[in-house]
Design a protein. Structure first.
Ligand SMILES: Cc1ncc(COP(=O)(O)O)c(C=O)c1O
Length: 419
């Protein structure tokens, strides 16, 4: 019989295999100091492009004060227990109704984490006869939610409407054959890696042709898209057709938690059937009060979203002018596509961090195909023109070095934190 732990020690996994050289640098880096566009990494000041602090709220003095006051008033424990048993409060319910009103839905439910929330929503609303049709580039929380689903699922090619219809026809035929079940379509408002919006308007229009309910994970769209900041559905003019609208608080709201909004009767059903909330302690009061403050600022300070977009457009235009491939983004998420091996990519990131003082996230094999490198830059309202200019120069110079083969190293440089 195999010893499970022995097997884990022999094969650390696709990313874990680099742990000894990468830990604390390429993976699990520690950014220190006040959250903002410049933070310290290994003692050096860096321009940081890795945080989803879109509106710059993370360190806003009013947010910090609201968080501190709420923590002083309530501590972290309050309210104790799950919402259903003893952990409910007026403030939790106030946040739910304010969020629902903001995204033009009747009601909403709070979740402690978006990841578990989406998984558990899928589990709560789908039965074994139901079929889930979902986008191929869906976030891991949707994929893991599908693992809980005991019925069929069909994946459509990313944002490909022709394939979407093909999968809908397969799903419809199966439902008719079973004479039971319905179809749930799940997609995203913004795909967080490439920055392209989900084709919500087009999918919504297909409700005339197929029978389905639509769930949208708008983690990156909430606060960044739409005239009021209500997200991708608002931006595309199809918020009404989204049956369940989801966002985390981990991005524009710079906090923790998430919510799901929809028709009151359906949200009530979910409230009484979502296992990740029924069997877990409720969101602590300082987070609820802190999120009420953030939502108020998101609603009343449009200048934050304007600054975010002005920075995003400056960064994206600068990259395009310099010949960089930033793909199909139509949101602030800014991917930069390059060609190179894993080792080259790590040497380039080191050069960017050590010599140019630019800190950004990098995506490499096995997350994407071998030979490709994606740098992922997240502009925020907190970035300055100087941050953008320094970054454009750094990218231009390091890309020239990459093309000249200057980063061809044998192995991933050993940058692990030595204790
Ligand atoms: C698209 C998407 N959905 C869900 C989540 C998970 O949210 P949370 O961090 O609240 O668990 C994330 C990441 O934060 C995300 O990017």
């Amino acid at each position: 019989m195999a010893d499970i732990f022995e097997r884990l020690l022999k094969n650390a996994g696709p990313l874990g295999q680099h742990r000894e050289r990468a830990h604390g640098y390429f993976s699990f880096p520690k950014l220190e100091g006040e959250i903002g566009s410049r933070m310290k990494f290994r003692g050096k000041d860096m321009v940081v492009w890795s945080l989803n602090n879109y509106l710059g709220l993370a360190n806003h003095p009013e947010v910090r004060k609201a968080d501190a006051d709420a923590a002083a008033a309530y501590g972290l424990a309050s309210p104790m227990g799950a919402r259903m048993m003893s952990g409910n409060s007026d403030q939790h319910e106030q946040l739910e109704s304010e969020l629902a009103a903001f995204v033009s839905k009747e009601d909403s439910i709070l979740m402690n984490f978006g990841y578990q929330g989406i998984m558990s929503t899928i589990d709560a609303i789908c039965g074994r006869h139901d079929i889930i049709v979902y986008d191929a580039e869906s976030h891991a929380c949707i994929i893991d939610g599908l693992r809980l689903h005991t019925g069929h699922r069909y994946v459509f090619k990313h944002n490909d409407l022709e394939d979407f219809e093909k999968q809908m026809q397969r799903a419809t035929a199966l439902i008719e054959k079973q004479s039971a079940g319905g179809i749930l379509v799940i997609t995203e408002g913004v795909f967080g890696m490439a920055g392209d919006q989900g084709k919500l308007k087009e999918i919504a229009a297909l409700k005339n042709k197929y029978s389905f309910r639509l769930v949208v994970d708008d983690a990156h769209g909430f606060g960044t898209l739409g005239q009021t900041g209500a997200g991708a559905g608002e931006a595309q003019g199809c918020q009404d057709a989204i049956d369940l609208y989801f966002s985390t608080f981990a991005k524009s709201m710079a906090s923790i938690g998430a919510f799901l909004a929809g028709d009151k009767a359906i949200i009530d059903f979910i409230r009484y059937n979502i296992r990740s909330q029924i069997f877990a302690k409720s969101l602590p009061m300082p987070l609820v009060i802190g999120n009420l403050k953030r939502l108020e600022m998101l609603r009343t300070m449009p200048e934050l979203k304007e600054k975010l977009w002005s920075n995003a457009l400056k960064l994206q235009a600068g990259l395009k002018e310099r010949g960089f491939d930033i793909g199909k983004t139509d949101t602030p998420v800014t991917p930069v596509y390059m060609i190179g091996g894993v080792e080259e990519a790590t040497a380039m990131v080191m050069d960017l961090r050590e010599n140019y003082k630019i800190f950004c996230s990098i995506v490499i094999y096995p997350v994407i195909p071998k030979g490709h490198i994606i740098y992922r830059l997240i502009p925020t309202a907190a970035h300055t023109d100087a941050d953008i200019q320094e970054t454009l120069i750094a990218f231009t110079e390091t890309k020239a070095k990459l093309d000249a083969g200057a980063y061809k190293v044998e192995a991933i440089p050993d940058m692990a934190e030595k204790k």
